[in-house]
Structures are given as C-alpha cells and as structure tokens.
Design a protein around this ligand. Structure first.
Ligand code: FUB
Length: 458
C-alpha cells in the first residue's frame, strides 16, 4: 500500500501552512475535492443530484499532464461523494494524451461525455465522445474515433428545449456543430462563430486574438436567453460572458463573471441551476502545492439580476451554502466528504470507493448531519492489513465534543472488511461531524461506509 505523495503533502503542508495562514481553512468547503487535484468542472443536474465531472491534474505536474477524468456527486452542494474515474485516455484507443476539459449531457437514458484529447494518428487535438447508462459510468468510446477534429479543444454541449443539441468548442477560435438526436453524429458543417469585439469584448496587445475569448465555452439557456460563459484573455485568464437570442448568436459581450484570481493562470467556467439556486463552478490553485498545473475545482452560489445579468463573483474558501441536511441514519459512503485532511480514496473491493491511507490524526468532515433527537450507536465498515486504530466521532471540529469512539481491529487485509459498532452520546440536532482517525504510526485502516442508529430517526 505505497503512499501517494499527494496525501502526505496535504497532511503535512495543509496542517502547517493552512492553519497558520488561513485560520478558517479547516472549516472551508472550497475547493470541493481535497484528495486529488481537479480541474475543468462540468456539473450535470440529474435526478436530484449534481454530478460534477472534472479533469485530474497529476501531482507535481509541470504541464497539463492529464490522463483521466473523475466524477463526484452531491445532493446538498457541500458533501460530495467520490465516484472515482469512470473514463480515461485508455477509453479512447485512438487517443494518446491530454484528457482535458469536457462536458456531460443526459439524453434518452444515456450520458454523453464530450472531451478533447490528442489523436495519436494526427497529433492534433480532437473531440471524443464517451457514453454510459449511468451518470457515474463506466463510460465507453461511443464511436471508436473522433467525433470532430480541427486541433481545438474544450467542448461544451447544449440540448435545447426543441431537442436540437449543439456542440461548441475552440481555442483560439470558436466552433459549433448541430448534433443529431443520437448525440454521436452531426448534420451540417462544422461552423465558425465570428469572434467580433461586440460579441466577445476587446483584447489589447495580442494582434492574433483581438477579442477576449480564449477557451472553455459553457453554453446554456435561461429565460429564453442564451449564455456563453468562457475563459477570457490569457494569461492569467478571467471569466467573461456573452448572450444571444439564439444558440448560434449573434452574441453580445456582457462583461466579467469572475475576475482573475486564485493562483492558477487558467480558469474554467460552468453554470447550473439546482434546487432553486444558481451556481458557478471554476478552478484555482488553492490546495497546498496548487498552481497552474495543480488545480482544484470550487463553487459559489450566485443570483442573476432581474434582467439576466450575471453579477461579478469572487472566489471564496467557504463555498456554496448547504441546501439539505445529511441523514446519518442511512448508510453513508465514507467518500462523502465536505472537507478532509490526509485522506485518499480508492476503488473498494466491495464496490464503489473507500477511503484509505489514513494516518493518525487524519479526518473527514461531513457537514450538516441531522441527528435529530439523538444517535445512540455508530457502525462502520472497516478493513486493516495493519493494527487498525480508532474512529473518533467529533462534533463541530476535529477536536470538538467526542460523541463516541469505535475501535477498528486488524482484519488481515486492506480489502478484508468487517463491521464495527460503538455507543454514541451527545449527538443531537444538526451538527458538522468529524470522523477523526487515530492509532499508531503508519497506515491505520480503510473505511468503506458508516451509519448511525438512534432511538428516533430525526
Ligand atoms: O485542463 C487543460 C486545459 O486547461 C483545458 O482544456 C482548458 O480549458 C484549461 O483549463
């Protein structure tokens, strides 16, 4: 069970730096994922959850060295479940590198994931399309070849009310094509959207790129108005947007969504409505070791002005507010996390993911846990090839009130699972729960899921 460098870095650097520089960081919920670096967010609202598709920046990367994509989901915008990596460069036999920014759309009971990758045969960036019957995959190559190829990147897909889908992409240009209802072929020509200064703003000092448009378009419709939110200017990028009366324009530049901020020279936008709120996803370099090639996805809630204008949005460490509490009396995956320290995730032999590589003092925060009139016991699915350890159930902070302690035994393997239980007291109302892992030196145990029981269930 070799230690991955990222978690060790988070464990030591985060504790030393974040606690010293940002006293509130331990309670922050941005960036959304702390276990790996993530980039290029693409959320999808489906069946009461937000599925967040991301790229994955490799640890210590010095370029956009990206080999796979990852999926997370949430019902409350704060606690995110890690579904692992259901699509990678290996999904596309014709792709050689650069698992960059894509987007997923649902149609006809299938999920289509449009991504830019390098075509091994031509050496150019091309658009591939993965398909799955579940939002968490696994995804397979839908057509076994590029859907489109012109050396440009960053596909966004928009399915209109009338059933017509458009695929847009491009850097340095901006292109679209009309997708057929099968979502894996298109009709008509690949068409260039004129990058005019009235449509996309004026850039100075770069004769080759007279408008602000750089890359990363995100096209959607709200109240009959079409929006194209994009990464603007370079480098560093900010996020700007344009609107249009139809899916192909004419576009009018509307201004800044997010100023240049956040220790990454790229940024990448995505916008959704969920559960009555509007949300803006982006990335920055906010995690320890973070930067332009080690990015992290984050989210803010915002409100449109009455005329549809998007206000300027700033990056925060607090993130979006929680929109629903979490029920501790049903089984919760250990990889459902609002914030974590020192923790990693991996594929579990029991299906899904588990958390692992846990050292003494590592913890997981689960936010807004609704204990109601009280929990009386706690159960957890655990495995340990080492000596095991303890799960401390703490409320409010990683050093907060101790509501219970579960002892984890050695089980003889990191994927040899057993269920342990322990009594719980003082867990009432809605609290932030911290699962704090303690024990000796080295890795302690793995955790697959947990669940509380109580006299009355909320
Ligand atoms: O992540 C690789 C590339 O960086 C994306 O395709 C661009 O949008 C930029 O974020």
């Amino acid at each position: 069970m070799p230690r991955k460098p990222f978690a060790g870095m988070l464990c030591t650097v985060a504790v030393l730096l974040l606690s010293a520089v940002l006293p509130t960081a331990a309670r922050a919920d941005n960036p959304i994922v702390q276990t790996v670096y993530t980039a290029d967010p693409a959320p999808l609202v489906y069946n009461g959850r937000v599925y967040l598709y991301t790229g994955h920046d490799e640890d210590n990367s010095t370029y956009f060295t990206m080999k796979e994509w990852r999926v997370y989901s949430s019902a409350d915008m704060v606690n995110w479940t890690d579904h692992g990596s259901p699509m990678s460069l290996g999904t596309f036999s014709w792709a050689s590198a650069n698992a960059w920014a894509g987007q997923v759309v649902a149609r006809n009971g299938r999920f289509y994931w449009y991504v830019p990758v390098t075509n091994r045969a031509t050496g150019r960036m091309a658009i591939g399309v993965g398909v799955a019957t579940s939002p968490t995959g696994p995804f397979t190559d839908a057509i076994g070849r590029p859907l489109a190829e012109n050396g440009e990147i960053d596909p966004t897909v928009f399915l209109d009310d009338d059933g017509q889908a458009h695929l847009y992409w491009g850097n340095p240009n901006l292109w679209y094509v009309r997708l057929n209802p099968d979502m894996i072929s298109y009709s008509g020509a690949v068409t260039q959207i004129p990058l005019t200064t009235s449509g996309f703003g004026t850039r100075t000092g770069n004769a080759g790129r007279p408008t602000l448009y750089e890359e990363g378009p995100w096209v959607y419709k709200r109240n009959g108005l079409y929006y194209n939110v994009f990464a603007a200017k370079c480098c560093s990028e900010f996020i700007g947007y344009s609107t249009a009366p139809g899916p192909t324009g004419p576009w009018t530049y509307r201004g800044t969504v997010m100023p240049t901020q956040g220790s990454s020279f790229t940024n990448h936008p995505a916008v959704i409505d969920f559960n009555g709120g509007s949300y803006f996803f982006y990335h920055n370099g906010a995690l320890p070791g973070g930067g332009g090639y080690t990015r992290s996805v984050a989210v803010e809630r915002f409100s449109y002005d009455t005329d549809g204008t998007i206000p300027a949005i700033n990056m925060t460490t607090s993130g979006a507010p929680q929109v629903a509490t979490l029920n501790p009396f049903v089984r919760q995956e250990a990889e459902t996390i609002a914030w974590s320290s020192g923790v990693e995730t991996e594929r579990s032999g029991e299906g899904g993911m588990n958390v692992g590589y846990l050292d003494n003092g590592d913890y997981i925060k689960v936010k807004g846990v609704a204990f109601g009139t009280g929990a009386t016991s706690f159960s957890a699915r655990v495995a340990s090839a080492a000596a095991g350890g303890r799960i401390e159930l703490r409320l409010g902070s990683a050093t907060g009130t101790l509501a219970g302690t579960c002892t984890v035994p050695a089980t003889g393997g990191w994927q040899i699972w057993t269920t342990v239980s322990c009594p719980v007291s003082a867990a009432t109302g809605t609290r932030d729960l911290y699962l704090r892992f303690t024990g000796g030196s080295g890795y302690l145990f793995n955790l697959n899921w947990w669940q509380f029981a109580g006299a009355s269930m909320r």
